[in-house]
Ligand binder design. Structure first.
Ligand code: PLP
Length: 303
């Protein structure tokens, strides 16, 4: 099966829908807030993880490689999407998972295994080598048929997919004066958005994330001039939460009828509303916030 035909058959919702959020708070603050629903692209290939996989799949096909190998933690949205994409589009998938195998697999890894992903657990020390040239050279020898994708899908091919988000927005809201707001993990999405020329408000999902600007600049190969990176909305760290954050997510669902999750998008919207409340943005600013998906992440909290 050709990747292009396979993708067509999936009937992805791309361009993803965009909605304007309406409330008296937003009107009073004179902020135009849109939400770009990448969470609706596909039930299993949701959000920015699909964006970042797309051109990696084409690249694998072009190189004649029928396996995809990548890295992630036990709750990784990227591992989840990669496993599903492999199954749907006819690739073998190999996941290098951080940490020792637990007695019971996380819901994410159970799903990945059900899609046929071959799981390899690696020590945290070895996992840290995942981007080193030596480790990657060894992997390439061990897996000659695999296209190797970095953690999170964040390479230049992943950025090309993220760039398309900006192009869709321009078509959808008929202006090029907007700020794209996104949660930041590995930085690939933010880097792609910047590459497309967008002004980006990034909200770090992890603690001590000042290194993220450098990571993003490394991906971009340029300084991240259009990036406003907020690092104070981590709620204690990656995948850490608080009653405050859960309350926000509940209120957001009641108010706007849209479900967020606590690892990325909850923190993003919390940050946006906090900044609007503090009059951080000029009146009449248009913000397009990405719903980057990741709803499978709830399974880890519910388990
Ligand atoms: C991975 C992820 C992000 C972060 O994207 P990066 O490109 O890694 O910065 C944001 N939101 C969700 C839902 C994700 O799964």
């Amino acid at each position: 099966m050709l990747v292009e035909e396979g993708i067509k058959a999936l009937a992805l919702r791309v361009p993803s829908p965009i909605q304007q959020l309406q409330s008296s708070f937003l009107s009073a603050k004179k902020i135009n807030l849109y939400i770009k629903r990448d969470d609706l692209i596909h039930p299993l290939l949701s959000g920015n993880k699909w964006r970042k996989l797309k051109y990696n799949l084409f690249a694998a096909e072009q190189k004649g490689l029928r396996s995809l190998l990548s890295f992630g933690g036990a709750y990784s949205n990227h591992i989840h999407a990669l496993a599903a994409a492999g199954k749907l589009l006819g690739f073998n998938t190999i996941g290098y998972i951080r940490g020792e195998a637990a007695d019971t697999l996380s819901p994410t890894l159970k799903f990945a295994a059900s899609q046929g992903m071959e799981l390899h657990f690696v020590s945290r020390a070895l996992y840290r080598q995942k981007n080193s040239p030596e480790f990657l050279a060894k992997l390439a020898t061990d897996w000659p048929n695999a296209h190797i994708i970095p953690e999170g899908g964040s390479n230049s091919l992943g950025m090309s997919g993220a760039e398309e988000i900006t192009h869709e927005i321009v078509e959808q809201i008929n202006t090029d004066q907007f700020l794209v707001a996104t949660a930041v993990g590995s930085g690939g999405t933010a880097a792609g958005l910047l590459k497309s020329g967008a002004e980006v408000l990034g909200v770090a999902a992890l603690k001590g994330a000042d290194f993220l600007r450098q990571d993003i600049e490394k991906l971009l190969g340029a300084s991240a001039n259009g990036l406003d990176l907020k690092t104070q909305y981590h709620f204690g760290g990656y995948a850490k939460t608080s009653p405050d954050l859960f309350e926000f997510i509940t209120n957001f669902r009641r108010m706007y009828g849209i479900e967020l999750e606590p690892v990325y998008t909850g923190k993003l919207f919390y940050a946006i509303f906090d900044l609007i409340e503090k009059d951080y943005f000029k009146p009449q600013t248009t913000i397009v916030a990405l719903h980057t998906g990741g709803m499978q992440g709830w399974s880890g909290f519910n388990a």
